[in-house]
Design a protein around this ligand. Sequence first.
Ligand SMILES: *[C@@H]1O[C@H](CO)[C@@H](O)[C@H](O)[C@H]1NC(C)=O
Ligand SMILES: *[C@@H]1O[C@H](CO)[C@@H](O)[C@H](O)[C@H]1NC(C)=O
Ligand SMILES: *[C@@H]1O[C@H](CO)[C@@H](O)[C@H](O)[C@H]1NC(C)=O
Ligand SMILES: *[C@@H]1O[C@H](CO)[C@@H](O)[C@H](O)[C@H]1NC(C)=O
Ligand SMILES: *[C@@H]1O[C@H](CO)[C@@H](O)[C@H](O)[C@H]1NC(C)=O
Length: 414
Amino acid sequence: MLLFVCIFACASLVAGAGQTIPQDKGNVNTINLHNAFSEAIGNFSVELLYHTTKSQNNNLIVSPITVWTVLAVTTEGALKNTRVQLTNALRITKNRTITRAEFQNVAQWLVTNSSTVQLARYNGLFVDKSVELEKSFGNVSKDYYDTSLVPVDFKNGVATANYINQLISSFTRGRIPKLVDSDSFGETRMIITSALYFKGQWTSPFNASSTTRRAFQDSNGVKIGEVNMMYNRFTYPFANIKEIKARVIELPYGNENRLSMLIMLPNPGVTLDEMFLSLKTVPLDTVFAEMRLSQEEFGEDDVDCYIPRFKIESNLDLTETIRDGFHVYDLFDQTKSNLGRLAREPLYVTKVIHKAEIEVSEEGTTASAVTGAVFANRIGVVRFEANRPFSYLIVEKVTNTIVFGGIYQKPILY
Ligand SMILES: *[C@@H]1O[C@H](CO)[C@@H](O)[C@H](O)[C@H]1NC(C)=O
Ligand SMILES: *[C@@H]1O[C@H](CO)[C@@H](O)[C@H](O)[C@H]1NC(C)=O
Ligand SMILES: *[C@@H]1O[C@H](CO)[C@@H](O)[C@H](O)[C@H]1NC(C)=O
Ligand SMILES: *[C@@H]1O[C@H](CO)[C@@H](O)[C@H](O)[C@H]1NC(C)=O
Ligand SMILES: *[C@@H]1O[C@H](CO)[C@@H](O)[C@H](O)[C@H]1NC(C)=O
């Protein structure tokens, strides 16, 4: 019997051009839940980014926290070796009570609905009517992971696919219209989904009339195409972080100083793979600490920031990554999988698929009117120009959760 794991995520980053947003910069968050648990999720997240971006020559978006959540729910249903491999992959303790409590602490920060930032999630377990679930599993997934049990009829494939697709589509405001295909159901008995939706306005919006068409290079400085480069000058937190051989800038969202995009631009000659390899050994806390130090030193210095306007859609099959990259073997093996706390019948996972989308732009179609402005580079103004392959992370700062992350390396005029 098959279990099918799907993870969907969606981010839409819209800068409200022409809108003045009150700023409360400078206040480093007073609440902070950075502990061994948030660091464990962080380690998993960076490792996932490393494995998915390695030897990729395309642009990419993934949502590590949604992948983590889906696997954590699955872990609740696992026993013996299947469970041990999962807890190792997720870097969590064997004690369920502790994991549940700590996850709830983190999850409460992953929901926001203000006028400038929206972060919402939907976790669903679609189970065939005929599957006899372990009673406690439904309760645990609902109570601790906010994952609803939805009975469906996989025999009636087309209707079920439509139903699941409609549910996720309405949740992601139509951005991810089609997730599952009835053809891929086969013998599927259950689908675990985790969807995340994010929409944020920059604290300091980019001005659409400053967007210009500019060259984009590979990591060796050879021109490989053109992008629509957005420009803004702001007191962005910024640092040159030697440990990861990259310069990092933080672009905050909204007024709450809770969600930010970090753009990591490897130094000239350094590839994205090399940077991620270093990032695996440097906790995110260290990155933020260095940015704070740098900000104390350079204070309110303006930064001239150039980043391409972009939209990325990823449709990834993470099965191999989870199995080979994280050594989760038994879960996918029909003869070894033990999901005895999940259902009364033997189940194993056939596939983990992940869909995500991100759009980074100024607001509205007026932005597509590209002009040819030239910018003087004032002395004393730091210049940060993402005109070669870079990585971006959207981070929730109270918990240091990597909500979305990915790479941009293939220039596209968007
Ligand atoms: C954007 O730039 C144009 C041209 O420099 C300027 O007229 C306009 O006021 C700017 N808009 C905002 C919101 O700063
Ligand atoms: C798990 O942790 C809780 C809370 O610290 C503790 O009360 C419980 O005894 C632990 N369970 C096991 C099996 O170690
Ligand atoms: C967010 O807030 C808006 C306006 O207050 C409301 O219309 C919308 O339903 C809320 N969204 C969620 C997911 O709660
Ligand atoms: C599951 O939840 C239901 C309703 O909240 C409750 O009646 C039932 O006792 C719970 N079952 C277990 C095994 O905890
Ligand atoms: C996370 O990774 C860092 C660097 O490799 C390591 O020092 C730390 O112990 C890891 N933390 C956890 C919770 O696995």
